[in-house]
Write a protein that binds this ligand. Structure first.
Ligand SMILES: Cc1cc2nc3c(=O)[nH]c(=O)nc-3n(C[C@H](O)[C@H](O)[C@H](O)COP(=O)(O)OP(=O)(O)OC[C@H]3O[C@@H](n4cnc5c(N)ncnc54)[C@H](O)[C@@H]3O)c2cc1C
Length: 335
């Protein structure tokens, strides 16, 4: 057994899990965060640390990595235990508490808040020769540091927000950008589509609709990609340094599916209290579903507060669900 029992264990250290950890601390609960990634921040740190976010309350504009830094600072004032690089594999109930069996040990907890996002970060693969072979040797699925793309010839594949956002992010940094999409409709915000179309009209990027990738080739690293017109099957060879595949992520909860929760379409179904079908296990953020669910940081924050306050009440039925207002809390008046 790795340690002492905690009131609340949070699975996932993305924005939802971090805000949940803050809330647990504010409520005076002992708390632990477990995340399979080597750093906190979830999708913001792993996929788009250098992108600006515009729709988080109180921040007209904030870099994803700065939001993570603030969330970590806010959560850490209550010193939750943080276990990184550890996947939670099994969750079992033993004598009125839970045991989480992780890659690094077994943790005991009185309640659980699952904030596991999309689960493990499994990108949808490009189904073509060279994709696996050149992964991280010219094939990428995220932009952690735009400078790594400076003066590179980049082929971006996809038609969603991620692909189009990366086009705009790398425009002016990459020496050439070709956007490849298998049809001529986009699954992205209209404002983003407008900017990409304006850049294409100005000759700043090359857009290839009705094209798909046939092969990725190179010697040690990617040096060319063959795309084909899916209407005529005609090939086109593009010399390039990086293929940025933005086909989304395969939602796979992995071991979480085996925990006896009500899981539908890879999402955990929750009540308005963010309670799962198993008493004592709550969930919040991208991993949950209910009527009207939106996958946003803002909704994750709200769900985290609801989940944690109900977990506090579950652990100690004498504790009120309603936390009161932070403005009046003694815990913030100690300095
Ligand atoms: C390119 C891009 C741009 C975006 N822009 C915006 C935006 O402008 N505004 C907005 O509101 N939202 C945006 N989003 C969506 C936003 O990032 C998500 O809604 C948010 O990250 C969800 O937070 P979360 O904490 O629920 O999950 P995540 O951020 O996915 O974090 C979940 C964490 O759980 C961990 N985990 C999963 N399973 C396990 C396990 N079994 N054991 C241990 N750890 C586990 C994962 O490693 C991960 O760190 C964007 C997303 C992308 C991809």
């Amino acid at each position: 057994m790795a340690d002492d029992i905690r009131d609340i264990t949070i699975i996932g250290g993305g924005p939802t899990g971090l805000f949940a950890a803050f809330y647990a601390g504010m409520r005076g609960s002992s708390c632990r965060i477990v995340d399979s990634l080597p750093e906190l921040g979830g999708q913001l740190a792993a996929l788009y640390p250098e992108k600006d976010i515009f729709d988080v309350g109180g921040f007209p504009r904030v870099l994803a990595k700065d939001l993570v830094r603030n969330l970590v600072q806010q959560a850490m004032q209550f010193r939750p235990e943080v276990s990184l690089d550890e996947q939670v594999r099994e969750l079992v109930r033993v004598d009125g508490h839970f045991e989480l069996k992780c890659s690094g040990g077994t943790y005991r907890t009185r309640s659980v808040v699952i904030a596991g996002g999309k689960g493990a970060f499994e990108p949808m693969p490009l189904k073509c020769p060279g994709y696996e072979e050149f992964m991280h040797a010219g094939v990428e699925y995220a932009v952690k540091d735009p400078e790594a793309f400076r003066d590179r010839r980049v082929v971006i594949v996809g038609g969603g927000d991620t692909a189009l956002d990366f086009v705009l992010m790398l425009k002016g940094i990459a020496s050439r950008i070709t956007l490849v999409h298998r049809r001529d409709g986009w699954r992205a915000h209209q404002a983003t589509v407008d900017q990409v179309e304006a850049a294409a009209a100005a000759g700043e990027i090359d857009v290839r609709t009705f094209y798909e990738v046939r092969t990725i080739e190179g010697t040690g690293r990617v040096d060319r990609v063959t795309i084909f017109d899916n209407r005529t099957d005609e090939d086109m060879v593009l010399e390039c340094d990086v293929v940025l595949s933005c086909l989304g992520f395969k939602p796979d909860l992995g071991p979480i599916k085996e925990w006896g929760l009500d899981v539908q379409k890879n999402r955990i179904m929750v009540s308005p209290l963010m309670a799962t079908s198993v008493p004592g296990i709550f969930a919040a953020g991208d991993i949950v579903d209910y009527e009207g669910k939106l996958d946003l940081i803002a909704t994750g924050f709200s769900e985290a507060a609801i989940a944690v306050n109900n977990a506090v009440h579950y652990v100690d039925p004498a504790a009120r669900v309603n936390p009161g207002h932070s403005t009046n809390m003694k815990v913030f008046k100690e300095d």
